[in-house]
Write a new protein. Structure first.
Length: 164
């Protein structure tokens, strides 16, 4: 990690922190973090802690990014919602699709170099939430609770409007 930082990200401040202290700091002062890089075990733990800062696991996209291959200039990557496939609620229409849609946006940005399209996905998600549409996991007073497919359709509608 330190070698990668020195080689490619010298302009980014690097700090090392133990995972348990990181969990405490996420709860205490989450805005101090821009990016957290960790292995899968601690990343899974910290992402579950961080999910409650957004109100739900259904809001958190994730990316597992390998190093850039020096020959191909590409990297292996896996994009997924933090919550995984949520088999306990499969087929009930209550899952929040935002993390999966945002994960796709991350793929566009980090694997396909399509930042403009990734930004549009982020904007479509924000616009949908600004309209007060919510899945059950993030409902709040004054919001309209909608199903998984309705949320996906609402975000798609916003995306189509942004694309013109």
């Amino acid at each position: 990690m330190t070698a990668l930082h020195a080689r490619e990200f010298k302009d980014v401040k690097l700090e090392h922190m133990l995972a348990d202290a990181g969990g405490m700091q996420l709860v205490r002062n989450p805005k101090q973090f821009d990016v957290i890089v960790t292995d899968n075990l601690f990343g899974d733990m910290l992402s579950d802690v961080a999910s409650m800062l957004t109100g739900s696991l259904g809001m958190l996209a994730s990316a597992s990014l390998g190093e850039v291959d020096v020959k191909t200039k590409r990297r292996k990557a896996l994009y997924e919602p933090v919550h995984g496939s949520a088999p306990d609620i499969a087929g009930r229409g209550i899952a929040n699709p935002i993390a999966m849609i945002a994960s796709f946006g991350m793929a566009l940005r980090y694997s396909f170099n399509l930042s403009k399209q990734a930004d549009m996905i982020d904007q479509a998600i924000a616009a949908t939430l600004d309209k007060g549409l919510r899945t059950a996991d993030i409902k709040s007073e004054g919001s309209k609770v909608i199903s998984t497919s309705e949320m996906g359709s609402a975000i798609l509608n916003e995306l189509e409007q942004l694309a013109g």
